[in-house]
Design a protein around this ligand. Structure first.
Ligand code: SAH
Length: 274
């Protein structure tokens, strides 16, 4: 860890064990940690030697002042973000300011909440022949969506992972149904994914808004929409990836029967090396 550098660390979705080994090491060695108190749980920081401050309630100028001051003093600085810093992390504007101040910086990735939610559901977001695309997005709220990225434009394309949208499920369902998605499209919501107070709702575009209202689910909830979220899928069989099929050849395994397939996936598992 280089003194004088600001490390943007993805702290993961909440479970203190879901931070990377590197992120943990940087936190342990840090002199100064600035974190988002409303989202990253305090338990992440238990026992640290660093001075720890909450970024809740301070504006970007003040954030810049603190990061730059501590870095220029030669301290080891961590700016901890929930999930992965690259997803709705607002790191862009912090990086611009660090660059301007000539302070070196680095980003350490984390487990984004969409993947923690998928884990909680035991769902694969890319089910063969059903969907092979994952979209990370949000419902338009106070932040307007750029052209081509409204929900209606994204409807029907793969699995939608909707951040910052739990309070907007009415609008979300209305817009997706309005864009032609069936009312029966499966929806799953995971609140506080990976944390002790985790809660899960499963429903459809037709039911989800009422379910969320009834459960009073408002904060830190991830909304996943699409056919891959159908809880019945696993009982139906089919939709198996070709990767492990016995007649499917790839770089690391020869097919057993004659006709091997040519289109070897690049992500073939290494443990299958002959
Ligand atoms: N950088 C973060 C996202 C920050 S935006 C990440 O990669 O996850 C904040 C939104 O993230 C929340 O509105 C919610 O939709 C989602 N979120 C964050 N933590 C969550 C958790 N533990 N469970 C479910 N959703 C979460």
């Amino acid at each position: 860890m280089k003194p004088g550098t600001v490390y943007f660390v993805g702290a993961g979705p909440g479970d203190p064990e879901l931070i990377t080994v590197k992120g943990r090491r940087l936190l342990d060695a840090a002199d100064y940690v600035l974190f988002t108190g409303s989202l990253v749980p305090d338990v992440m920081f238990a026992g640290l030697r660093a001075v720890i401050e909450d970024s809740k309630g301070i504006d970007l100028d003040e954030m810049e002042r603190r990061l730059v001051t501590h870095a220029r003093a030669g301290e080891r600085v961590v700016r901890a973000h929930t999930g992965d810093p690259s997803v709705y992390g607002a790191i862009h504007e912090q990086i611009v300011r660090l660059e301007r101040a000539g302070v070196p910086w680095e980003v350490v990735p984390g487990v984004t909440s969409a993947f923690a939610a998928a884990a909680a559901l035991g769902a694969e977001l890319t089910i063969p022949e059903l969907t092979q695309t994952v979209i990370l997005t949000r419902v338009e709220g106070r932040t307007s969506m750029p052209p081509g990225e409204k929900l209606a434009d994204l409807a029907g394309h793969g699995t939608l992972c909707l951040y910052l949208s739990a309070t907007l499920t009415d609008k979300l369902a209305r817009e997706l149904i309005g864009a032609g998605m069936p009312e029966t499209t499966p929806v799953a919501i995971v609140q506080y994914a990976s944390m002790p107070q985790q809660r899960i709702l499963r429903g459809t575009l037709a039911t989800i808004a009422a379910q969320v209202r009834e459960a009073r689910m408002r904060e830190q909830a991830m909304v996943l929409v699409g056919p891959a979220l159908d809880p019945e899928l696993r009982f139906r069989g089919g939709h198996e990836s070709r990767l492990y099929a016995s007649d499917f050849s790839h770089r690391f395994r020869k097919a057993t029967p004659a006709e091997p397939h040519q289109d070897a996936p690049q992500d073939a598992p290494k443990e299958e090396t002959p």
